[in-house]
Design a protein around this ligand. Structure first.
Ligand code: BGC
Length: 368
């Protein structure tokens, strides 16, 4: 794979080096994308427009790539529609894209479609979610997904003071789409923190649903998470006047929102809500953090991820080495993919203004 990739890289360096630098095949200097930039068309494939984060990811990527002098073919695959994503990627390959940036719906469903990219020597960057079982993947840019899970687990440990309190405490577990490789890291990271307490009996899972497959939520859907949680509430008998529920581990905000809906329908309010985690700092969830319905979210600044990926694209197009900081963690079944992991940060009622508003990520009005 490497050989093919570097051969094509060299070909690109020559073509774009010549085009950009008027016959000088030296890679262009950093930061001169817009004027002397390599140019060329970049395909960006996003999974859905139905979740806020992917709209932000898509528009950030487009704006930053265009600012760096590239033409962008940005496509959203309907609402997580795998055949749509496959055909959009095939069109990008046929349509002359020179690098592909792909946030997959099902990480294992793109093997065939990406064969065309490998054949044409088109480098593929897996965006946020790893693309599995494909030798076409050159790089991966994401957040430290294992750390996201650890932060959520540790938040619960600290909030319940599990080190000192006697317990036992009741907890339920909710994670995301089973075809998203990130789930292994989110759920795995959280469970590595929580499992010792479950094993010792300080944490109890009254539904008995502790396996990843039992806790999964198809497509990370709010409605699916809500339905599953309504069933758990009625089968266990949770309620403000019923069985006490102390915490719910939710791997992200869309599922957390569904759980909060189910709990509110069962009579819970901001005054007696269990501890509930999340991820993404979606606007409705930040509002719920402010009002006390959700305890925390993990902030993954999509501007940072977009900036890193644009840097990777630019380096590839200019024939230099993209910045990576992890060469061990992400094995896609064919190879360990060189990765750049951005840092996730815990957001609560105490720091959301500083992290989200002062940083310019949201306006006051966005989350009023
Ligand atoms: C992303 C999360 C997101 C989830 C649902 C995951 O792969 O890393 O940020 O909440 O997908 O879209």
């Amino acid at each position: 794979m490497k050989k093919k990739f570097f051969a094509s890289l060299m070909a690109m360096v020559m073509v774009f080096g010549l085009a950009a630098c008027g016959g000088n095949s030296e890679p262009a200097a950093e930061g001169d994308g817009a004027e002397g930039g390599a140019g060329g068309k970049i395909g960006v494939s996003m999974p859905t427009q139905s979740l806020q984060r992917w709209n932000q990811d898509g528009s950030n990527m487009k704006a930053e790539l265009e600012a760096a002098g590239y033409e962008v073919d940005l496509q959203y695959a309907g609402d997580n529609d795998i055949p749509t994503q496959v055909s959009q990627i095939e069109n990008m390959i046929a349509g002359g894209c020179e690098v592909l940036v792909v946030a997959s719906i099902d990480g294992s469903a793109l093997t065939e479609a990406l064969k065309g990219a490998a054949e044409k020597g088109i480098p593929v960057i897996a965006y946020d979610r790893l693309i599995m079982n494909s030798d076409a993947v050159s790089y991966y840019a994401t957040f430290d997904n294992y750390k996201v899970g650890q932060l959520q687990g540790q938040y619960i440990v600290d909030a319940l003071d599990l080190e000192n309190a006697e317990g036992p405490f009741n907890i339920e577990l909710v994670t995301g789409a089973p075809d998203d490789n990130n789930v292994n890291f989110f759920f795995g990271g959280a469970m590595d923190v929580l499992k010792p307490y479950i094993d010792s009996g300080k944490l109890v899972v009254p539904s008995g649903q502790t396996e990843k497959a039992q806790c999964a939520t198809a497509n990370w859907s709010t409605e699916e998470a809500q339905k599953r949680f309504e069933n758990i509430i009625s089968s266990v008998g949770y309620g403000p006047n019923g069985v006490k529920l102390d915490a719910v581990l939710c791997s992200n905000d869309s599922t957390s929102y569904g759980v909060q809906n189910a709990l509110q329908a069962a009579g819970y309010t901001a005054d007696n809500m269990p501890i509930i985690t999340g991820q993404d700092c979606d606007k409705p969830n930040v509002k719920n953090i402010a009002s006390g319905l959700q305890s925390m979210s993990v902030f993954k600044d999509t501007r940072t991820l977009a900036e890193k990926v644009v840097g990777m694209v630019d380096a590839i197009m200019k024939g230099s080495e993209p910045e990576i900081n992890d060469t061990e963690t992400y094995d896609n079944g064919v190879a360990v993919i060189p990765s750049y992991l951005c840092e996730p940060v815990v957001v609560t009622v105490d720091n959301y203004k500083e992290m989200l508003i002062d940083s310019g990520y949201y306006t006051e009005a966005d989350i009023a």
